[in-house]
Design a binder for this molecule. Structure first.
Ligand code: N01
Length: 546
């Protein structure tokens, strides 16, 4: 997007808080801090609000959580006045919602757009962060809040010759704002995660020819997307109080998985999968309470989906290539699609299995595998993100005693409750590693973290504390607990982005927290005077030392 921002840099500004990013996390954080009477500035790389929904504009981009539940709950008036048109809203509608929130709550004056935070250094004497941006801003803030998103650093693969390609290349996570017309084009699609699975049917409907280069097939469940009716809304509002209670409860905010154990007989199991398949969406994983912990149970569910794929895809060899076999269902993020498997019945779509015939190089006009040279006009990389840590590690952050953030996370991310990092006082991460984040409904988890951080800031202000620092040992114990809980599930069996496995050289650590009772734990920590944190007042300490 062309730059429109000509504002003068903020040099030497002294404020209470800086919020990095103006997606759903950043926007709510701004609202809450302003409400508290805290002076706050946000820096956002995009030209507008929306975060994920600002950048991911690829054809077919949609939320995989029903829109009525992918909405802020903190303002019932907002919830009531915004009318979603479909069960699963498409990206333009979600972006409109984000913009509406920014306008309705007058958030824009607090946001500097087209501005990327480059560095942050903790000034120990003042208990303040010194933040610098690519626009020359130099701001001092007591609190630094990273609302940088979990999936915000797109990753293009290092394929030999990629730079020699003469046609256009795109990444789903950084799609051109003006859109792309593939009419008459032969398109290579690389990657079959959620982004690939959503965009392939749309691009295939427009382009002349599409060749999908698939490394790992993923499980996908049909969305069964429909327009939202008055009846849907009535049902939503009737269940709203129970929904609010549920998201504040011990689970991940998706409603209860069936606790029906031991499982009924084979036919009854199959019946349940049929029902969930007919309903559509990621709720398929809630078939049984132990679907993500018992390999035997999981195998049944996976087999059911493999059979469905075989039932939809006409060519048996293509169906076989599309059937995932290398990971338990749900241990890589389950995909939710519209006509994904059906797309392989189109005459203009070809599937290349990179496990059998890997890409050797990209040439100026082709993708060359070990078996063939595929002439293409354009390449779409749906190759994912440096998830959960990429956006944080892109910033040069120096904490207490000059501790380097990249050094602190060299063996993998470590964060107490996924909210704070030992050695980096007064820094909070919204939905950071070690919190339910990407395994939960992100909007709800964002709200939870924003409210927890706001309460913490209020606590510090009321008592005159200028520093809050997570205890390194308690953080270690939390990180170990996060790992131990994950180890009781099937998740570590998949080479997923949850594990950092999609980035060569990234430490393999299961990053989100899948345990129960997370909200209660955070509440207990706060109620005990921020147990596991050290709260202090630098000025008082300095005076005492004099
Ligand atoms: O990325 P991914 P994504 N050569 O990492 C392949 C959220 N999201 O952007 O599995 C060939 O899942 C890679 O193959 P492999 C959602 O949480 C949500 O699709 O590594 N292929 C994989 O197939 C999601 O999980 C929504 O073997 C290469 C693909 O690229 C997350 O974002 C929509 C390759 C990457 O899949 C990420 O999804 C979209 C290479 N060198 C995204 N490198 C909704 O709300 C990678 N791949 C619906």
């Amino acid at each position: 997007m062309p730059g429109t921002n000509t504002r003068a840099p903020m040099k030497g500004a002294k404020i209470d808080a800086v919020v990095v990013g103006a997606g759903f996390g950043g926007m709510y954080m701004l609202h809450k801090l302003r409400e508290l009477g805290v002076s706050v500035q946000s820096f956002e790389a995009g030209t507008d609000v929306g975060g994920t929904w600002y950048w991911n504009r690829y054809p077919g981009a949609r939320c995989d959580i029903p829109s009525l539940f992918y909405s802020y709950t903190w303002s019932e008036a907002l919830q009531k006045e915004w009318r979603w048109s479909e069960k699963y809203a498409a990206q333009p509608e979600i972006l409109s919602y984000a913009k509406h929130v920014a306008d309705r709550f007058d958030l824009r004056p607090m946001i500097a757009f087209e501005t990327r935070v480059l560095s942050a250094r903790f000034d120990e004497a003042a208990d303040r962060w010194l933040i610098a941006t690519d626009r020359g801003d130099e701001v001092s803030a007591r609190w630094l809040i990273m609302a940088t998103g979990c999936l915000s650093t797109p990753r293009a693969p290092d394929i030999p010759g990629v730079e020699s390609f003469a046609g256009e290349t795109y990444h789903t996570g950084a799609w051109p704002h003006e859109g792309v017309d593939f009419t008459g084009k032969t398109v290579a699609m690389v990657g079959t995660g959620s982004s690939g699975i959503q965009s392939i049917p749309q691009i295939a409907a427009q382009a002349d020819q599409v060749t999908v280069f698939q490394r790992t097939p993923n499980f996908s469940i049909p969305a069964r997307n429909t327009p939202l009716t008055e009846k849907d809304l009535e049902a939503f509002w009737a269940g709203y109080p129970a929904y609010l209670a549920m998201i504040k409860g011990p689970g991940l905010g998706f409603g209860g998985a069936s606790a029906e154990l031991p499982l009924p007989d084979d036919e009854a199991q199959r019946q349940r999968y049929e029902e969930l398949w007919a309903i559509g969406g990621a709720g398929f994983l809630s078939a049984w309470g132990n679907l993500l912990t018992s390999l035997e149970v999981n195998d049944r569910a996976a087999g059911f989906v493999r059979d469905k794929i075989a039932g939809v895809v006409s060519d048996p060899e293509t169906a076989r290539r599309l059937q995932p076999r290398d990971h338990p269902i749900g241990t890589k993020r389950i995909c939710v699609d519209i006509d994904y498997y059906e797309t392989y019945n189109r005459p203009n779509v070809e599937l290349v299995n990179l496990r059998e015939t890997p890409i050797e190089a990209i040439e100026p006009h082709a993708v060359r595998t070990s078996a063939a040279t595929h002439a293409v006009d354009a390449i779409v990389f749906a190759t994912g993100f440096d998830a959960m840590t990429g956006a944080l590690l892109a910033i040069d952050i120096q904490g207490a005693d000059g501790l380097d953030f990249r050094q602190a996370w060299a063996e993998g991310p470590k964060a107490y409750l996924g909210l704070a990092v030992a050695g980096f006082p007064n820094l909070f991460v919204i939905t950071g590693p070690g919190s339910p984040s990407v395994l939960s409904n992100m909007i709800n988890s964002i709200e939870h973290h924003v409210e927890w951080i706001t309460a913490c800031v209020a606590h510090m202000r009321e008592r005159g504390f200028t520093r809050i620092a997570a205890d390194a040992e308690i953080q270690e114990a939390w990180v170990a607990h996060v790992r131990a809980v994950a180890d009781q599930t099937l998740f570590p069996r998949a080479a997923s982005w949850y594990m950092g496995a999609n980035i060569p050289g990234k430490p393999r650590v299961f990053m989100p927290y899948i345990g129960a009772g997370y909200r209660q734990k955070c509440a207990d920590v706060a109620a005990a005077g921020y147990e596991g944190f050290e709260l202090s007042d630098a000025r008082a300490a300095a005076q005492a030392a004099e």
